[in-house]
Design a binder for this molecule. Sequence first.
Ligand SMILES: *Cc1c(COP(=O)(O)O)cnc(C)c1O
Length: 458
Amino acid sequence: MALDKNPKSFTKITLDEGEMPTQWYNIIPDLPSPPPPPLHPGTLQPVGPDDLAPLFPMDLILQEVSSESYIDIPGEVLDIYRQWRPSPLYRARGLEKALGTPARIYYKYEGVSPAGSHKANTSVPQAYYNKKAGKKKITTETGAGQWGTALSYACSLFGLECEIWQVGGSFDSKPYRRLMMEVFGAKVHRSPSNVTEAGRRLGADPKNFSGSLGIAISEAVEIAAQDPDAAYALGSVLNHVLLHQTIIGEEALRQFAKIEETPTLLVGCTGGGSNFAGLSFPFIREKLKGKMNPEIRAVEPASCPSLTRGKYAYDFGDTAGMTPLMKMHTLGHDFIPDPIHAGGLRYHGMSPLISHIYELGLMTASAVQQTECFEAAIKFARTEGIVPAPEPTHAIAIAIREALEAKKTGEEKVILTALCGHGHFDLAAYDQFLRGDMKDSVLKDSDFESALAALPRV
Ligand SMILES: *Cc1c(COP(=O)(O)O)cnc(C)c1O
């Protein structure tokens, strides 16, 4: 029997612990063609598992190149996930009412993890596999600080050392993020730092003073590559990271099934693409099987628009050019985005897997300005009671646009988004918006020219 669409009883749709998925979903075997392989920057040959071994434990490398559709989540990881998973799915009744829209808006809330974002879904398995491989230390970068928080949390659970390069601009403006990482036991550097060769070289150029994710990655990779007891961990972009996040979408599918609801639009913010992939890949699987037909839409900041204005080309993942070349939508590894508040979305490239899926035409993309995002965030906070992280406000802005459109056309819309983190450490950005000091950045095509001209020739 179809449930009435309006009872108050399903404002919050939960799953029992026993209904939590026990496998991650790998979308690659279901795609009409596989994504182009990463290339060795010297030989331009596809990189094999052995090339990645200095940086990652073999279990993660095998997930990176896996052709299995489903991968079992280890029991130790499931035990930790159960602290906050399954995460709740909410219907945004307050927001719908304020907008006066006939659209039904749902959000899957990942801010319930101890780290406050979806990043813990991958930091926990990454720490687990590194510990299992005998590693003693993990190095990483962090932009807004959410990934660093999530990784330092996971390392503390597994007794691993954690050393983090935090993008300079974020280090200066978000002292509480750094403190939270330190509470979990991490050592945090302001990037560019003087403890790495890449940091010293790139830091000598004044335009790099505020840092970037690309620079911080170079620093973390350099240290991990030199130390056999250390590994490097990335919080987004790579296949295994996207894989770990699919638990979000698998849970959401079960939650939608419970209320006999089918989305018509999935909308998620994209920095490197992991929360978006986590929510959408299981739905793309259902779409490919013909079971539903939602539009799948990525939303990026207008000031760092890799999907909508970047080039689909081979590029480095970092600024110093130490990583393999990945085919992705990129603004160029030298591109330094404006210091917007959604630090987690300030990456020059997009996940190669998402880039490939975009090229296949299985999803769409939009870019929005930050003032529209914060306007949406305030509306959301005042009607739903959750202060979103700046990143997911990009998706909320588009959800609101679409809901208002549905009000005009009367079209039946069911919108689902991932509210991938809370904004409790981002209140300075809210302050700036509320004071009327937040500015949008309008980029001309010529602003992208020099970084795109420096793409490696492949
Ligand atoms: C890191 C982060 C992002 C951006 O990364 P994705 O891999 O694109 O998800 C977005 N939102 C939050 C809350 C984050 O922590």
